[in-house]
Write a protein that binds this ligand. Structure first.
Ligand code: ZN
Length: 351
């Protein structure tokens, strides 16, 4: 049942439709078949993909909130008030150690992308990817070979770092060296502030690049694919309402998140309208993200290209990063090489 008043939706929407995508509907039906037909029609050329943690789970990155894992155990001794405290500036100022323990384990360059990431790369190879907006800070997009200019790290990344007091920038290489030597990086300029990778902590502003590109990208998209995110964190979640009023929107996720609520409407956000009798564009593809992507690839007839892409992965584990499971007490120096078992943590390449 739909409780959306379409007239009200139009009034509160901030969306500026560009003339070429102002018509519709674009899907013969708001389901997998309608989506596949549309993607194969040649009319779908500017796809935006929004991604969250769900796309990275299969990469084997340890979840620090999962009891029983080494990472959870390592962090337990710090008696964090909550797992999220690691990502608050207040806590970081008082006790930066847990963040850097986590950062060391999760440093980019240790894991290959998943099928979801390779699907996004394939969209790019097909000339259809306008941009990938990600909430993730694991940079698996880069491991997968998605060009950096097509990526927006909405919640920042490890690519740069700065002092939390004087804001002086420090290079990624320098911070990485400090972290892997088990030193807390201190500002080389003011000599008192802590240096943290430019990952957005709770209460911090999102990068300018996020706002600048979102403004121009979303109105011109002709398809939005949302994968593996609970769509609860704003302003990221609000992006789904920034595409054209008839632009198809697909949710690939375990749960049917992002559905329209009166509260969202009040804030000018157009939630998904799955099952609504006026819905012509919102497609829920619920289930395991990796499996759904495989199915979509198959229906698109892209299996060979997908397989070739995954098999030709150029991902190499960053040789300057010690094995994640290495004992921190005897952490090797940053320049020492690691054993050549790069792909041991990578997802299995299925046939
Ligand atoms: Zn400083």
């Amino acid at each position: 049942m739909s409780f959306i008043d379409q007239k009200l939706v139009k009034e509160v929407s901030q969306v500026k439709l560009s003339p070429d995508i102002g018509s519709g509907p674009f899907l013969s039906s708001p389901d997998m078949k309608g989506l596949v037909d549309y993607m194969k029609s040649g009319r779908c050329k500017r796809v935006i993909v929004m991604t969250g943690a769900g796309v990275s789970v299969a990469a084997g990155i340890p979840d620090f909130r999962t009891p029983g894992t080494g990472l959870y155990y390592n962090l337990q001794k710090y008696k964090l008030p909550s797992p999220e405290a690691i990502f608050t500036l207040d806590y970081f100022r008082r006790n930066p150690q847990p963040f850097f323990v986590l950062a060391k384990e999760l440093y980019p360059g240790q894991y290959d992308g998943t099928k979801c990431h390779y699907f996004i790369r394939l969209l790019h190879e097909k000339g259809m990817l306008l941009r990938n907006y990600t909430q993730n800070i694991d940079t698996l997009e880069l491991s997968t070979g998605i060009p950096e200019d097509l990526l927006v790290f909405a919640h920042g990344s490890y690519a740069s770092a700065s002092c939390i007091e004087c804001k002086h920038p420090h290079s990624r290489e320098w911070v990485q060296k400090e972290v892997f030597s088990d030193r807390i990086p201190k500002c080389e300029k003011c000599e008192r502030g802590l240096v943290k990778p430019d990952i957005v902590f709770f209460g911090e502003n999102l990068p300018d690049r996020f706002f600048d590109l979102a403004k121009t990208d979303f109105p011109k998209a002709d398809l939005l694919i949302v994968m593996g995110t609970s769509l609860t964190v704003y302003p990221f979640a609000g992006l789904i309402s920034k595409v054209g009023f008839n632009t198809p929107r697909v949710l690939i996720n375990r749960d049917p998140v992002g559905a329209a609520t009166p509260m969202m409407l009040m804030r000018g956000h157009l939630g998904f309208d799955f099952g609504g009798n006026q819905n012509t564009r919102d497609v829920p593809l619920l289930g395991d993200c990796q499996e759904t992507v495989e199915q979509l690839v198959q229906l698109l007839g892209w299996e060979d290209d997908f397989k070739n892409l995954m098999n030709s992965s150029t991902f190499k584990k960053d040789a300057s990063i010690p094995s994640p499971s290495s004992d921190s007490a005897s952490a090797p120096s940053v320049s020492s090489s690691i054993s050549k078992t790069e792909k041991s943590e990578a997802p299995k390449k299925t046939q």
